[in-house]
Design a protein around this ligand. Structure first.
Ligand SMILES: [Zn+2]
Ligand SMILES: [Zn+2]
Length: 262
């Protein structure tokens, strides 16, 4: 999860917590419920309902009064059994070894009941929203009828991540093949196929117009190169290739095109 944001150069912080296991969570749940009874007057309507059914979720509530009400709530980390405590310590140790920066967030619980021990979220610094979230779910497979299989996973909020991506992974240059005149179309098609065979991104201009109009179209489509094929080019088995960023234009035969420019 951290690699996803790192590769995409998104400023984000990894928050981690442990929410214990079957052994240690019941005692915590009880302590939390008792605490929530005391601050019930400050909880929102949803949390009034949650505090009896799923008190951990109250810790997750975004309503400001609820946030302040749970500030001094008992923390799961103080209730972890021996096994969970050791597991959590190991997790933090491994994160340090791997150089993954994190902050411990004792109120991080995740909304889903099936999580055990580790839960985590990756939060965007820019927007303050969670973009990736996950954790362990050691009993889930079993509860669904499978053989006991401890597991870990996470989900990525693709729209949120897309919104935060500033720099797209390297874009492949676009070649726009421009035939001049109807007779050159078949040759232009051949050039397109040759370029595609080399793994290039290629567009063929379908505009039957003069060079100027077609170059305008190439610019509109954000092409990087115009590959111009006129009568002369067709006779010579060559192309004129124009760099649309620099305006530089050279004529190359097909062999040169593939060995030199590409
Ligand atoms: Zn435990
Ligand atoms: Zn609430």
């Amino acid at each position: 999860a951290h690699k996803v944001v790192k590769e995409l150069k998104i400023e984000a912080v990894v928050e981690v917590n442990s929410i214990g296991c079957k052994v240690c969570r019941p005692a915590y749940r009880q302590a939390l419920t008792q605490y929530l009874e005391q601050v019930a007057g400050r909880l929102c309507e949803d949390c009034m309902d949650r505090k009896d059914r799923n008190p951990l979720r109250v810790l997750d509530c975004k309503v400001p009064t609820c946030r302040s009400a749970v500030k001094d709530a008992p923390k799961m980390v103080d209730f972890l059994c021996e096994e969970c405590r050791k597991h959590y310590q190991k997790l933090l140790e491994y994160l340090n070894i791997m150089g993954i920066p994190y902050v411990e967030n004792p109120n991080l619980v995740r909304g889903l009941d099936y999580y055990t021990k580790t839960v985590f979220e990756v939060v965007s610094r820019e927007l303050g929203i969670t973009i990736i979230a996950g954790g362990r779910y050691d009993y889930l497979v079993e509860e669904m009828g499978g053989v006991p299989t401890p597991a870990v996973g996470f989900a990525v909020g693709v729209e949120r991540v897309a919104m935060l991506v500033k720099e797209l992974p390297q874009r492949q240059p676009l070649y726009m093949v421009i035939p001049l005149g109807e007779d050159t179309v078949s040759y232009a098609l051949k050039v397109c196929e040759l370029l595609r065979e080399k793994g290039k991104r290629v567009e063929l201009s379908y505009k039957r117009a003069g060079l100027k109009k077609q170059l305008e179209l190439a610019n509109k489509l954000k092409a990087d190169y115009a590959v111009i094929v006129g009568e002369d080019e067709m006779k010579e088995e060559s192309v004129s290739i124009k760099n649309l960023h620099t305006g530089e234009q050279v004529k190359l035969n097909l062999k040169e095109l593939f060995s030199h420019v590409l």
